[in-house]
Design a binder for this molecule. Structure first.
Ligand code: F6P
Length: 358
């Protein structure tokens, strides 16, 4: 058996731990592992090479991905016109690769589902998915690796911001990643004891309620505070702001149709706070700092166990599935059930967070 492994989408800490686990577990079964460079781009171009135990032995704590990554979608309109799925098929056949391990979020797994279903290719390519994303929003699993590491960085940032906020009697707004789900913002706010959190799930973002809370805190004598904001929040007033920012960064879209979100949403929230409350406010966008660096122990263990589970699924002939964590169990779910959905923050979690806004 020959296994191809790729990492797709935005990187996050833990990818190398997962690659390592796939190679190590495959050796137990006598399977050979091939690394595919730059996600599906390498599959289209045939950038495929053997991965050895020597290469992966000590990468468990290394940030990024030794295979590199991209947001290439072989099923995008442009790539379909170039017959990209067939190129993937041909290149994998050439290397005699029987099955693909796809390490990525929803976009990566949506392609894996299509390859497993045999869309636009002579024969199906069986895939097994491993969910990663710092956003922790892949449907069907309680946890994705990358999240714990990202939140650990964000909590540290929020606490640093609180120190300077306290010194200057200011408000600080920390903008974190999270396109459709506010897990990173929520856990950062809870973990750092922030004064408010704005997430994409609450539409429109309750900025008036936030300002009321901040005024209340001033009344009880607290002259500083930290607000955590997801980059993906929505508000009618923000639309105009987004339009203006788009003129600056351009109307860029990736191959899965996602627009670029670097639009300084945190700056907008800071403006609202200053305007509505009169409190001096600054904003910081944490950005890609959240995605670099060594994985936390939790992410190392999660990625390692997921990598082993993926190869065990292959050994059992269970293809077209994604590794998943449910409670304390490592299990799997059909790829077809995962794709196109987002695991968002439920109302109960937001109510829970409000206990700590006093
Ligand atoms: O991987 C998901 C994510 O972290 C989103 O939260 C964010 O919008 C996006 O990646 C940004 O990625 P990049 O700038 O690398 O395209």
């Amino acid at each position: 058996m020959r296994i191809g492994v790729l990492t797709g989408g935005g990187d996050c800490p833990g990818l190398n731990a997962a690659i390592r686990a796939v190679v190590m577990r495959a050796a137990d079964y006598g399977y050979k592992v091939y690394g595919i460079e730059r996600g599906y781009e390498g599959a289209i171009e045939g950038a495929i090479r053997p991965l050895t135990i020597e290469e992966v032995e000590y990468i468990i704590g290394q940030g990024g991905t030794i295979l590199h990554t991209s947001r290439t979608n072989p099923y995008s309109e442009k790539r379909l016109a170039q017959k990209a799925p067939r190129a993937v098929y041909k290149n994998l056949r050439q290397k005699k690769i029987d099955v693909l391990v796809t390490i990525g979020g929803d976009d990566t797994q949506s392609v894996a589902a299509k390859l497993t279903a045999g869309e636009e290719i002579p024969q199906p390519i069986p895939c097994v998915g491993i969910p990663k994303t710092m956003d922790n929003d892949v449907w069907g699993t309680d946890w994705c690796f990358g999240f714990d590491s990202a939140v650990t960085v964000a909590v540290d940032a929020a606490e640093r911001l609180r120190d300077t906020a306290r010194s200057h009697h200011r408000m600080m707004v920390l903008e974190v990643m999270g396109r459709k789900a506010g897990w990173v913002a929520l856990f950062t706010a809870l973990g750092a004891g922030a004064d408010w959190v704005l997430v994409p799930e609450e539409k429109p973002a309750p900025v008036e309620e936030m300002c009321d809370q901040l005024r209340k805190e001033r009344k009880r004598g607290k002259k500083y505070g930290v607000v955590v904001v997801s980059e993906g929040i929505e508000h009618p007033e923000l639309e105009e702001w987004k339009k203006r920012m788009k003129e600056v960064v351009g109307a860029w879209k990736d191959e899965f149709g996602h627009v670029r979100l670097s639009i300084a949403v945190g700056e907008w929230v800071a403006n609202v706070i200053q305007r509505e409350t009169g409190f001096e406010t600054r904003a910081v966008t944490l950005g890609h700092v959240q995605r670099g660096g060594a994985p936390t122990l939790f992410d190392r263990m999660l990625a390692t166990r997921m990598g082993v589970k993926a190869v065990d699924l292959i050994h059992e002939g269970k293809f077209g599935r994604m590794v998943a964590v449910k409670g304390d169990k490592f299990t799997s779910v059909p790829l077809s059930q995962v794709v196109g959905k987002t695991r968002q923050v439920p109302k109960e979690w937001l109510e829970f967070a409000r206990i700590f806004f006093k």
